[in-house]
Ligand binder design. Structure first.
Ligand SMILES: [Ca+2]
Ligand SMILES: [Ca+2]
Length: 321
């Protein structure tokens, strides 16, 4: 019995300890429960808050995505505009570059033209000065030329053209000499004296050109003076000293290269009235029927010196120095 009681007491004590322990555990569990509840409530609150936040953030995200899409479209448009603008910029730059080149070229041209103008102006001024000086000089010279002292010059010059001949009136210039065909006929010696008195002598043929000129002069005289009994004109050639040996009045013998005798001349013919039988020792040019054809240059004939013929004189040209 005692044992049983003691056993019971032990058991009771063990139960009591267990109970106490259980109460303690319960109390602790209760406390844990309360804390967990509080925690759960807090978590629920937080969850609610998180949901709302999530919804808000979702909306925000959606809006942001829309905005992003719009911004992308806008960005593309802006890119296109930018590209187009850049292209235009490039074209404008190219155009600018060309315009600049053109401008530079124009500026250079203007610069050159200005320099040229300046040069021309200087030349013009110089030319005007020269012209003025020449006018003064011209005026002075004209006053001298037209003065009484030089009036004789106007017998030799054309007042309109101011061209002057180097031969006296009535004389013709040829080969830097002056020639004169007399309007009257004289014996050869008288003719020569007349030529000498005029400062010259009877004409001498020094070249084929002289022969052509003198022959043509006699031809022209005949053509222009049909009323004149014009047979021929003395020249400065004779063989008075020795028959057949012809000398010019300048002292030279006739040259073999310059002989212009007519056919059958010189024949030293003796005329019926030539009682002295002097023959023909003086030479004259007989005008041809035509000039420039056939043997027209062969115009010389030896004639009796005492016969009267027109005559050809020559002088040196007038010298102004
Ligand atoms: Ca003779
Ligand atoms: Ca003859």
């Amino acid at each position: 019995m005692l044992n049983s009681t003691k056993q019971l007491q032990i058991e009771n004590s063990q139960l009591e300890q267990l109970l106490n322990s259980t109460v303690q555990n319960f109390t602790r569990l209760r406390s844990d429960y309360d804390q967990l509840k509080l925690l759960m409530n807090a978590t629920q609150y937080n969850f609610t808050l998180s949901s709302a936040e999530k919804t808000r953030l979702s909306k925000l995200l959606k809006n942001t995505m829309q905005e992003k899409a719009q911004l992308q479209v806008g960005s593309q448009e802006l890119n296109m505009i930018l590209m187009s603008t850049l292209e235009n910029c490039s074209l404008v730059e190219e155009e600018n570059r060309k315009l600049n080149q053109h401008l530079n070229k124009s500026l250079r041209m203007i610069s050159l033209t200005m320099a040229e103008n300046k040069h021309m102006n200087q030349l013009l001024i110089k030319e005007q000065q020269t012209s003025k000086q020449l006018q003064t000089e011209n005026k002075k010279q004209r006053s001298i030329l037209f003065s009484e002292k030089l009036s004789f010059i106007w017998r030799l010059c054309n007042r309109s053209t101011l061209q002057c001949t180097r031969c006296l009136p009535g004389w013709v210039e040829h080969a830097s000499r002056c020639f004169f065909l007399s309007p009257v006929a004289e014996k050869w010696e008288v003719a020569r004296r007349n030529c000498l008195e005029m400062g010259g002598d009877l004409a001498v043929v020094l070249s084929p050109e002289d022969q052509a000129f003198l022959t043509n002069l006699t031809y022209q005289f005949g053509q222009e003076n049909p009323q004149v009994n014009f047979h021929s004109a003395w020249i400065g050639l004779q063989d008075m000293v020795k028959e057949g040996t012809h000398f010019w009045v300048n002292g030279k013998r006739i040259s073999s290269a310059l002989r212009y005798w007519k056919d059958m001349e010189p024949n030293n013919a003796i005329a019926s009235w030539d009682h002295d039988r002097a023959g023909q020792d003086c030479v004259a040019i007989v005008p041809p029927r035509h000039v420039g054809v056939g043997k027209w240059l062969n115009s010389w004939d030896d004639i009796v010196c005492g016969g009267k013929r027109h005559y050809l004189c020559e002088t040196m040209v007038l010298s102004w120095s």
